[in-house]
Design a protein around this ligand. Structure first.
Ligand code: SAM
Ligand code: SF4
Length: 465
């Protein structure tokens, strides 16, 4: 094990944890600590992965729809402008991709607990295309009887007929990106619907009373004052959806917003304000009795399970379909071609067009354990799977003591509970733990976990993860 100076992960203990615990917020980077599969080995490795049932693990499916009506200023997910013709061709390719793999042992053997149609903007697809995809998913993938099926959408181009058809085709959860209800703040970011449009639209889904309705809100948008934010929370609560996500705005290089801020045309929110807005959100939703089920997610009703998001953090397998989708099977992770033309040419040619594939090291289970625990606000050190470390609790004890002193965790025996400040800075806490876990590695990658040639796999059924 290489020596690691844990003091570099200490939090600022000046008594203002929510605003100053760390100099900047760190992102959780699940692709770190993985070894790439050589490009020329990817097709054969993929064939091996899906031709073998592999070990039973929690399983999800993700379908990516990389089209948007416009590029919202703050967003780094934008890829392609939506056009009905492009979208229809794309939907057909998704159906082909699902159909083609569906009978493979590596696909059909394990029940899928949650399906997520994300984007981009899945609701931008036509009613026919969406139901075609959904029918294919339900007919061809081994969905668990209580499978959560989420459709991500925004208000424009999501009409009543489309909503009803998607529900009839199996969608049981709709996640709507609202970001803010304030018409002026919305429009400045490229969101065309007004506050009244948004309220009418969301009320319509809620009143159907047939799906879990989840609202995404962003805090930290230019012009979103503390008063606007409180009003956003109030309107969201009055709408009585099943759940709400509160996301702190990341100012991401390459986005139009980043360029506008760099050019002095718009001003960015400080971390101090961002932390204060998170605190406001936590207090507001706590006061009205909503359950905080992750650092950024609250449920009002039992209908909201948030299963896909929670299972992803736990390291569940995820079958990925569509241009730009990312997935994983056992210790292999992969990304489907992000370039639309590359994706479509690959599907038309009968291949799985993959941009990349990587293999996680032996410590992935420990990293997932930490990520999943901190994601829901508490980490039980007792279960930390680090068999090669003689005393994992002792390894982390000085750091956790310091974090308790700084106000980002509170310790209760072996359980580290995140404070509200800790929840705001959770990416930093996960990154620190993961860096320390990586430093304990006896070797970076255990070669026996790298997919061996086919005959070996057949002899060792179920050893792929
Ligand atoms: C992948 S986006 C797709 C949502 C959908 N297309 C829409 O426009 O509402 C999912 C969510 O990511 C969040 N998001 C997007 N850009 C973000 C950013 N820069 N920082 C934090 N959250 C962001 C938004 O809240 C958004 O609803
Ligand atoms: S917020 Fe949604 S619609 Fe806007 S660019 Fe991002 S993914 Fe597209």
């Amino acid at each position: 094990m290489s020596a690691i100076d844990i003091s570099r992960f200490f939090a600022n203990a000046d008594g203002h944890a929510i605003s100053h615990a760390f100099p900047s917020r760190r992102a959780v980077m699940p692709w770190r600590d993985r070894e790439p599969v050589a490009q020329h080995d990817i097709p054969a490795t993929w064939s091996r992965l899906i031709s073998h049932p592999g070990a039973p693990r929690k399983r999800l499916a993700y379908i990516h729809v990389p089209f948007c009506a416009n590029h919202c200023l703050f967003c780094a997910f934008y890829r392609n402008a939506h056009s009905p013709a492009n979208a229809q061709v794309y939907a057909d390719h998704i159906v082909t991709e699902i159909e083609r793999e569906a009978d493979e042992p590596g696909i059909r053997h394990h029940p899928i607990e949650a399906v997520y149609l994300g984007g981009g903007t899945p609701s931008a697809l036509s009613t026919w295309d969406l139901t075609h995809i959904l029918d294919t998913v339900r007919r061809r993938l081994p969905l668990a009887p209580d499978c959560e099926i989420t459709l991500e959408g925004r208000i424009i181009h999501f009409d009543d007929d489309k909503i009803d058809a998607c529900i009839a085709a199996g969608v049981n959860r709709i996640s709507v990106g609202v970001q803010t209800f304030d018409t002026e703040v919305r429009r400045r970011q490229g969101r065309r619907a007004s506050k009244d449009d948004a309220i009418r639209f969301l009320s319509g889904i809620r009143d159907r009373n047939r799906v879990a309705l989840v609202i995404d809100l962003l805090y930290g948008l230019p012009g979103q004052t503390p008063e606007v934010w409180r009003e956003d929370l109030r309107i969201a609560a009055d709408l009585a959806p099943d759940g709400v996500d509160l996301y702190g705005l990341n100012l991401i290089p390459g986005t139009p917003l980043h360029r506008a801020v760099a050019a002095g045309k718009l001003s960015a929110t400080t971390l101090q304000h961002l932390g204060a807005m998170y605190e406001t959100g936590v207090a507001f939703l706590g006061d009205i009795g909503w359950r905080q089920i992750s650092n950024s997610h609250w449920a009002r009703t039992a209908r909201e399970r948030n299963r896909y998001n929670l299972c992803i953090k736990q390291g569940a397998d995820c079958l990925a379909y569509g241009s730009g989708a990312g997935g994983s099977i056992g210790n292999h992770s992969y990304t489907v071609a992000g370039e639309l033309q590359h994706y479509e040419a690959g599907i038309a040619a009968g291949c799985k067009p993959l941009d990349g594939m990587s293999i996680s090291d032996d410590l992935a289970a420990a990293r997932h354990y930490v990520t999943a625990g901190f994601e829901v606000g508490q980490l039980d050190l007792d279960g930390l799977p680090l068999p090669h470390v003689s005393d994992p609790k002792a390894l982390f004890a000085p750091l956790l003591d310091q974090w308790q002193h700084a106000g980002v965790v509170s310790l209760n025996g072996d359980i580290a509970q995140l404070t509200t400040a800790g929840r705001f800075w959770y990416g930093n806490l996960i990154a620190a733990f993961n860096d320390i876990i990586t430093a304990t590695a006896p070797s970076r990658i255990s070669r026996c976990d790298i997919a061996p040639p086919l005959p070996y796999h057949k002899a060792k059924a179920g050893r792929m993860s």
